[in-house]
Design a protein around this ligand. Structure first.
Ligand code: COA
Ligand code: MG
Length: 300
């Protein structure tokens, strides 16, 4: 395998499967080290009853006291900026130093700036990434300006449960009337170099429905999906990960551009198909992704 240039394409992160784990559920938290997801979103928000928020923060302190999980994103989803829980949540983030903090119900760029200012005041490092849930009507409408609001911002996560509740759009196969909004979020994210994750799928026993939604999310350009149940990890990894044929093809593209006669060419003929140098970069990223996955498999 020819991979000289791959390191130049640098940060290839795995974001196929991000499992939401209620911080109020110690049994679910205990399971995390055994799960093959690319990351976990430790949830202090919607899944935790208001009277249980303090207990949930204590659970997270215990969780972070354990040995770190190499190669996985550990994200904390805090409560809404307008909620009574926000100060204590931000302090917890400063104390535990997760890989990122996920902000729920972001409606406009100013919300991200407010959160960033709170994180600054709490003494979190400037480079702590912020992720934003796009799950309100104003969040979708303002996605383009939110995406460019702060250098801390690194990922959008779509939340359709809240969005459907607010807008009245029905759940239908193929998410017919939601697709334009989903695509607006993907586009806004990409225009600003952000990763973007598709929404949760509630019916965790419906494997067929989940498969279809992963395939659709993948086709729409999402990097991966937020998950609610361990059974969703394997199919999400499969759909959002590089497919074997795509890896083979990527390796062929890398090999073709490595030939001496291709050194000064930006475009080559590969078996009757035009391949450009931009495809080479894509191919390198894909192979690098496949390598990261294989390395993690070896470690586990
Ligand atoms: N993270 C870690 N472990 C989980 C899990 C999760 N999100 N969801 C389920 N599990 C575990 C259960 O604890 C159970 O473990 P056990 O066999 O050791 O008891 C096992 O997986 C099987 O779970 P199951 O019995 O099928 O479901 P449940 O009734 O325990 O939980 C939900 C169902 C929906 C309540 C649970 O999956 C959940 O809380 N999901 C996340 C919800 C959330 O975060 N919402 C906010 C974002 S939308
Ligand atoms: Mg919500």
């Amino acid at each position: 395998m020819i991979l000289e240039d791959v390191s130049a394409s640098a940060a290839v992160r795995l974001r196929r499967s991000l499992l939401s784990v209620p911080a109020g559920n110690p049994r679910a938290l205990e399971k995390v080290p055994s799960l093959d997801c690319d990351g976990v979103i430790l949830d202090l928000e919607d899944s935790v009853f208001p009277e249980k928020k303090m207990e949930a923060r204590e659970n997270l302190r215990r969780f972070f006291g354990q040995p770190p999980l190499a190669g996985r994103d550990i994200v904390i989803r805090i409560n809404a900026l307008s909620s009574e829980f926000i100060e204590a949540d931000i302090e917890l983030v400063a104390e535990l130093k997760p890989d990122a903090v996920l902000l729920p119900k972001i409606g406009e760029a100013a919300d991200v700036l407010t959160a960033a200012a709170m994180l600054d005041r709490a003494g979190t490092p400037e480079e702590l990434p912020v992720w934003a849930m796009i799950e309100t009507a104003s969040g979708v409408m303002n996605a383009p300006s939110i995406a460019g609001a702060s250098r801390r911002l690194s990922c959008f996560v779509v939340g359709l449960n809240d969005l459907r509740k607010e807008t009245g759009v029905l759940m239908q196969p193929g998410r017919t009337y939601l697709v334009p909004w989903l695509m607006q979020v993907v586009l806004a994210a990409r225009a600003n170099g952000l990763d973007v994750l598709d929404s949760v799928f509630n019916d965790f026993r419906d494997a067929e429905g989940f498969d279809a939604e992963c395939a659709q999310g993948r086709a729409m350009g999402f990097d991966g999906k937020m998950l609610i149940h361990p059974t969703q990890i394997e199919p999400a990894n499969r759909h959002f990960g590089p497919q074997p044929e795509a890896i083979e093809e990527a390796q062929a593209i890398i090999a073709a551009f490595a030939l001496p006669e291709a050194q000064n060419l930006n475009v080559i003929n590969m078996n009757g198909r035009m391949v450009e140098r931009l495809h080479l970069l894509e191919a390198q990223k894909l192979v690098h992704k496949a390598q990261s996955i294989a390395e993690r498999k070896k470690r586990s």
